[in-house]
Design a protein around this ligand. Sequence first.
Ligand code: DGJ
Length: 766
Amino acid sequence: MGIFFDDANRLFFIETPGTSMCLALADEEGFLCNAYYGAAVGRDDLRYLLGGKNNPAVPSRNDRDRGCYFDKTRLEFPSGGTGDYRNPVICVRDAGGHDSSLFTYVSHRIYEGKEEISAEMTDGRKVRMPAAFPGKAGAQTLRIVLEEKVLGLRAYLSYSVFDDSDAILKSVRLTNESDTTVILDKLLSSNLDLDLSCFENHEPDIVTLSGSWARERRMDRRRISRGNSEVYSTRGESSHQFQPFMALCENGADDSKGRIYAQTLIWSGNFVCGAGMDQFETVRSYIGISPEHFTWDLKPGESFQSPEAVLVFTEKGFDGMSHIFHDLFRGHLIRSPYLYSERPILINNWEATYFDFNTDKLLDIARDAKKCGIEMLVMDDGWFGKRDDDNSSLGDWVVNEKKLPGGIERLSGELEKMGMKFGIWFEPEMVSPDSDLYRAHPDWAISSPGRVPTRIRNQYVLDITRSEVRDHVYECVAKILRSAKISYVKWDMNRQLSDLGSTGLDASSMGRLSYLYTLGVYDLQERLLEEFPDLLLENCSGGGARYDAGMLFYSPQIWCSDDTDAYERLTIQAGTEMIYPLSTMGAHVSASPNHISGRVMPFDVRGAVALSGTFGYELDITAIPDAERESIPEQVAIYHSVGDIVREGDYYRIARVSDIELYDAWMSVTKDKKRALLTYVQCKGSPRTGKRVIRLKGLDPDMMYSLKLIGSDDENSRFCSHGKKHDWKILAPEGAVSGKSLMNAGLMLPVLWGEYGQMMFEIRQV
Ligand code: DGJ
């Protein structure tokens, strides 16, 4: 594996342990084409896959029908206006307004390692962009230089691979080497043209994750069609509505099998991700920054850097795809020292008190929490300014002494005496119209002249593209963190961008605002981690509106959704886990009936679902029923005993409640396959069916295992009918059982009494 150039045939081979991508320099003019991407192949002359040497495949000898070539060929860097009528990767205009372009090969370089990528703010400050890094693995990069001769532009395309990953990382930097300004209206990070024959039955499906607030990342699956199918965000965040992710898969693909081409973007702002089929049954898929609300006056000598795209191919279904993403993000993207270590079990006061709290109430919660083994109190929204609801004070990061007499120093001091860690909530990017900050600096809010900006949650967005605003925001957060012992920050963002306008940008650079805003967020979080390297940072955006690979570069965990209802969470978490490691998924046990859905759910089921994420509590522990409080220490003990399997293991999906209604089940299996955790959640009772067979996954067929039911005091207590206990047992072989029996014959689980129930099994090699 690695990256090779076949000089004689002008072919690049980009190889990972299990896949190959073959790029060809076609024609004398050197058009960069994708000859092949998929399971590993030899370094053979694959140029025939581009359609041979017949017209119109030789554009330099076919002046009559050059357009046919561009419209038909699998191009790596398709541009607009010169004969390819499909979706272009780049749209650029010259000073006269002409918008055609055509890029051809100049040179290339293959080198060991992988460089960081960065971009410049308007004040000249360089911001490192989130991107995968080699870590302990060997890495190789191919840099191909293409040029647009008429406009004097150069595109530097980067392809990197790591020797322990089946992902390919792609990005592009465009430089204006002419002496006139050009207008860049679009530059995507990746284009992938595939022949339909890559998919069994020639009928691929498109899989995306979509939703809304409190309904994030639900799997959507539909047949590909002619014309494009797109997901996108123009909200200045990756969004509740769509994920920067798309998988193209054979229609027979499922969790365990099938060919899948997937892509995501290491970016937290506007994006577009799409795919469609053309007249010749080529599938074109693409991902990058959305061209909506984006234009860039690229002055002579200036460059534009795209975010990094991640391409994944697997023949092992969605589980195989998830393994590649999870391992890439854990091994090559998340930098936090907490990545694999046990995170402190936290209790957050948001759903316990909302804005109505004071030091005494927080200490009462902390005291009871401590007794149960919880390790950290997180003080959520409402501790600053005069904020008693969400109508004021964002921007005034001064402690409300009426609620917290003695300030944060006293509260954190009391917690420390108790042996509890302390965490705090911020929403640094925002300002309330009713705040001292806004009254002093109304021009610091993003807004368009002559227009009262649209309020969302009664707040505006601070213009962190301006360095003085960014510096102020940073100092507000850092000052508080310097003032007390604070172990954790929840960084929230509760509205989208609108009314795009910045007093710091002139007309020629206004179209950069959304891009620079995202860089501003990265700059702030990078500075924070530089000054407070031990800080545990959890990103959040009104739940999960900024749950993306970009934010994982800064925080090892992200609040998954404001919907903490364990039933709803099954679907939200199943979607999230398709891309992101379970260790990143903020998941808490909350009160029942649930505050968002009103659903009543047993405490053990709430625990089982939260235990497959970062795990914590979000309830008034002083007010819940005694029986629930008394079962917290056991949940805490489970977290301590199996949390490492969830954080470090491979994830396998067994059943999705969104497909089968009756139950949901998944597993985490350690890399050495010696330990595993199986979580089964019953979502519907079904009288007289009696049993359900669950076939396990990911174990070593030849290892012998023991199974232990955890998190249920009395194994029989839930297996009743007519309100009476039965002596039904979990039907599994007594004693040790082989991996192959567990995976092929499976476990026979009884149907539990009532609607919702759970069973968790710790599985160990014996
Ligand atoms: C949205 C978050 O997702 C919640 O957990 C909470 O922190 C609120 N914001 C506070 O305003």
